[in-house]
Ligand binder design. Structure first.
Ligand SMILES: [Zn+2]
Length: 405
């Protein structure tokens, strides 16, 4: 007999905010510079230096919080999260503990392939913190040395924590895809995973139905996932692994300590790393060098009105005002605002939104993919495509010939 189980997943996403300078000093955040060339006494933690908050980082965070329907705290403060690690020269990270800048929001996800029903994933909190540096191991083959690059130290991160509302790896991937799209539309981050601008950790466990009632397996935090595909694979693997362990032991495991496991993408497995610290291990306390942050209702109002049209609203408009299917609207919106604007222009000029959508989602997107170019680089301007679509409609140009044109 096999037991049914439910997979319970929560995600923690670290997003690097698109500011030109760091969170508490004026060093550049540009990616790819020579190691340790973008540092100053503040971000390398020299005694006697004083941090000053970057207002732009706060503004980008408030924008994101507002788009995620979060409550924005009128009063928020900075805390020191203390731990010792070579890439953390101050021996503490400036973060936010008990008074985060925003909480209690949500993000709606849906699946054009209908693997799951549209649902609302609650956001527990979104808070600002600074990044640590980077340890480099074995950069020179055979030397086996370790080096530290502090260029990234102090870069502003927004940590977005979801409630454990996700029930499958497909839902987790949909959440990440929608969040990334939202952040891109807002212009708050470039979300480049290869450069570390977007990092994901996942908390996962199982609720197993047994004759004695539902049994929870210990919560495992998975780290070291470098793509959304890796997140999906790691979650699937971890659910199977936890179920296997439970089948072997048949023990009540819910009280076991939380553990951290790292994803090994090449081997396709997670490996145990360490017992998860409790937050009391970090000895959080308010940072005495930084003044608390007050956000006025006017500022919240201003941020709310500066969001522009977001992906969910845009999908709706394409369906209701232009009669597109959810699938076509989704394909267009996922390509970014420039492709949507291109479509809108073609549709307006030729007066046939469905034909315009067909041309853009099929021929134009295929051309962009083949040429590895962006819509801005495409020589076929929207005016020209609209004219062509109009001529096909009037029968002046047969559609087979139109594709050649
Ligand atoms: Zn600095």
């Amino acid at each position: 007999m096999t037991d049914a189980y439910t997979t319970i997943i929560g995600l923690e996403v670290h997003v690097q905010l698109a500011t030109s300078s760091k969170l508490f000093c004026r060093c550049s955040t540009r990616f790819g510079a020579e190691p340790n060339t973008q540092t100053c006494p503040v971000c390398i933690g020299m005694p006697g230096t004083l941090p000053v908050m970057n207002r732009e980082a706060l503004r980008l965070s408030l924008k994101t919080a507002s788009a995620l329907h979060c409550e924005i705290a009128p009063f928020t403060k900075w805390d020191r999260k203390q731990y010792y690690y070579p890439d953390l020269p101050k021996n503490y990270q400036i973060s936010q503990y008990d008074l985060p800048l925003s909480l209690n929001g949500y993000l709606e996800i849906s699946d054009p392939k209908d693997q799951f029903e549209p649902k609302r994933i609650r956001i527990l909190r979104a808070h600002l913190e600074e990044d640590a540096g980077k340890s480099l191991h074995d950069e020179v083959a055979g030397k086996g040395d370790s080096l530290i690059d502090l260029n990234r130290t102090g870069t502003p991160l927004l940590e977005i924590v979801s409630e454990p509302d996700l029930r499958s790896s497909a839902e987790a991937k949909a959440f990440l895809t929608e969040l990334k799209l939202l952040l891109t539309y807002l212009g708050v981050s470039d979300c480049n995973m290869q450069e570390g601008s977007l990092r994901v950790d996942a908390n996962v466990n199982l609720h197993i139905d047994t004759p004695q009632g539902s049994i929870a397996t210990p919560i495992i935090e998975i780290k070291n996932m470098n793509s959304f595909r890796a997140v999906e694979r790691a979650l699937d693997y971890e659910a199977r692994r936890q179920y296997g362990v439970w089948q072997e032991t048949r023990q009540k495991l819910g009280d076991a300590p939380k553990q951290t496991r790292g994803w090994d993408d090449a081997a396709g497995v997670t490996r145990g790393q360490r017992s998860k610290e409790e937050s009391s291990d970090y000895r959080y306390f308010p940072d005495p060098d930084l003044v608390p942050v007050r956000v006025t209702p006017d500022e919240i109002e201003q941020v709310g009105s500066s969001l522009g049209e977001l992906p969910a609203a845009l999908r709706n408009r394409l369906q209701t005002d232009f009669g597109l299917s959810y699938y076509d609207a989704d394909v267009l919106v996922n390509q970014g605002r420039a492709v949507v604007d291109y479509f809108l222009d073609v549709a307006r000029r030729c007066g046939d939104a469905k034909a315009a959508a067909n041309w853009v989602t099929q021929d134009i997107l295929r051309t962009l993919k083949d040429q590895n170019s962006t819509i801005e680089q495409l020589p076929i301007r929207s005016v020209a495509l609209a004219e062509l679509v109009t001529k096909v409609k009037s029968g002046e140009v047969p559609s087979a010939r139109a594709r050649e044109v």
